[in-house]
Design a protein around this ligand. Sequence first.
Ligand code: HEC
Length: 154
Amino acid sequence: MTIRMILAGTALALAASLAQAQDAPPPPSLDDAASLRSHAMKNAGLAAGLGGKMLKGEAPFDARVAQAALAAINSTALGIGLMVPEGSGGEKTQASDKIWSDKAGFEAAVAKFIADSSAAVAAKVSDMDSFKAQFVAVTSNCKACHEKYRVKRN
Ligand code: HEC
């Protein structure tokens, strides 16, 4: 085998593994605030979905998983205010223009999201009751902010 054939084979194997990887969602672009925002929110969505399943008894309650879900949501809360630079909205995103026209209102919503989710992490939930109380308080932020500052464009 020539080196050229070996390289060609390697390239084919790489192409095949890339094709498989396409089933997974694309990774966030670190230089694109809208992409980061979307991934951070999707992560919060996955954590909230898992928490909801535990509350409904569709998944067994596990204190470690409950704490991890609240921590994941907290990380989105801590980051979101840094992912909304001017000019990062627009048609390709679900970010409402109100984020920038009503900056004080958005910042207040972010501050409450941070406060509630940080308190939830600090509470170190250990059973269903303590988790439920924290989870309900934290997830009330989702709808409240989305109603004002998110638009579904499709
Ligand atoms: C302070 C405001 C705010 C809070 C609180 C908030 N979100 Fe969001 N969320 C947004 C904005 C703005 C968008 C649209 C982002 C974009 O497309 O640029 C969004 C989008 C989303 C999306 C769609 C992501 C996508 O691209 O498909 C999900 C899922 C989501 N949020 C889940 C949650 C969950 C779950 C919570 C609560 C635990 C939450 N969000 C709390 C502002 C918020």
